[in-house]
Design a protein. Sequence first.
Length: 161
Amino acid sequence: MKVVCPGSYDPITLGHIDVALRAAKLFDEVVLAVVHNPNKTGNFPVAERVRLIRESLAESGAPDNLTIDDVPGGLLVDYCQDVGAVGVVKGIRGGTDYAYELPMARMNSEIGDVETIFLPGSPHLEHVSSSLIREVHALGGDVSSMVPSPVLTALDSLKST
């Protein structure tokens, strides 16, 4: 059974990797789908995000059933149908995430017969979000315990330009 873990991954965090690795234990194939969200402006171009995900997964010793794909646009349910995925896996850090994700999950089920599986975030990472990582790092905070080393290097290079 194949599932998709969609996200902007700008940048990928240890929280994202935790959810992806846990999903990879439950499903035959998990696709980390880098989704282009027109409502978000990214710090990293999509190709750079894909590279950072690839390097971060390699560093974490990710299994072979965890792959990466770039989703250029359109509906997530169409992408899931195109790649033969039966569902979507979303990491949930708390009630706010659930309130945001539930309407999308219901819509995906209604329009595309794609189910959503919510995996709770690990307690030691539930405060971590890409936007918070970018903000704290830009202000000089230490985020090294929350992101893979390739991401930290990339964030450092953004700061120096």
